[in-house]
Design a protein around this ligand. Structure first.
Ligand SMILES: C[S@@+](CC[C@H](N)C(=O)[O-])C[C@H]1O[C@@H](n2cnc3c(N)ncnc32)[C@H](O)[C@@H]1O
Length: 242
């Protein structure tokens, strides 16, 4: 991406409540499934603007929770969002590839693919306390072979696989899957509806050439999702080291 393209991308991807599909219920599902409570140490890796960080803060009222992201304006948005919970809950500019803590839970919504499922889980193994867990969401094919529409939606993520494929990547990292659920439908609307509203607003502000391209690309993504929403999914998996 040129600097102009990157700036245009982040003009679209600013002031959004979240930067990937998900709902508070996904966080509560993981927390309840794990039976977690008390003075835990939790990391939200790739926290974006902090939607899940805020839910984790409410779901785990005694936990020390750190959100980290590599994009400064996402970190600022997350800091504002969890200011009421400081210093128990924080957001910082940090690389999730280089963890130095030991965590009871690493939550990672739609960001582990930046490291790769197997490579990322291997890296995080030493950052987990004994009994610690990772809960992550990852693009998944709901039908194989994928339909032409799903293939078009995922064209920039050709390494996408089905649930069995993700489980194999988890196993290759030396982890076991404890539970999973699919993120489909409403969690995607929670991501795309605010993005659509922002793009409609930006279009009225006489966008320059780079922003016009970014608007077109993001609109294509939303339109492709809207054509087959039941076929576009993330899988949310809870995994533990073997
Ligand atoms: C698809 S967004 C999801 C954001 C957030 N979890 C959510 O659901 O709203 C992926 C996030 O991962 C972050 N990210 C990617 N690579 C990273 C890295 N190496 N370290 C920290 N954050 C990273 C991006 O900046 C982005 O905010």
């Amino acid at each position: 991406m040129t600097p102009e393209e990157q700036a245009a991308f982040f003009t679209v991807h600013s002031d959004l409540p979240r930067e990937g599909p998900g709902l508070p219920d996904d966080v509560y599902w993981a927390v309840e499934h794990l039976g977690l409570s008390g003075t835990l140490r939790v990391l939200d890796a790739g926290c974006g603007p902090g939607a899940d960080l805020e839910v984790l803060a409410r779901a785990l009222p005694e936990a020390r929770i750190e959100g980290i992201d590599k994009v400064p304006h996402f970190v600022q948005a997350a800091q504002t969002r969890v200011a009421a919970y400081a210093p128990r809950v924080t957001a910082e500019l940090r690389d999730m590839a280089e963890l130095d803590g030991t965590y009871d839970l690493i939550w990672c919504a739609g960001a582990l693919y930046f490291l790769g499922v197997t490579a990322g889980l291997k890296r995080w193994r030493d950052a987990l306390n004994r009994g610690g867990m990772v809960a992550f969401s990852e693009p998944v094919l709901v039908t194989t072979p994928a339909s032409a529409e799903a293939t078009a939606f995922w064209e920039e993520y050709p390494q996408i696989t089905d649930l069995e494929g993700i489980k194999a990547q988890v196993a290759d990292a030396g982890y076991e899957v404890q539970a999973h659920r699919m993120i489909v439908g409403a969690p995607w609307r929670a991501y795309f509806d605010p993005m659509q509203a922002r793009m409609d607003m930006l279009r009225k502000l006489d966008p320059d050439a780079a922003l016009a391209v970014a608007l077109e690309e993001n609109q294509l993504e939303i339109d492709r999702w809207a054509a087959v929403p039941e076929q576009i999914a993330y899988a949310l998996l809870i995994v533990t080291p073997r």
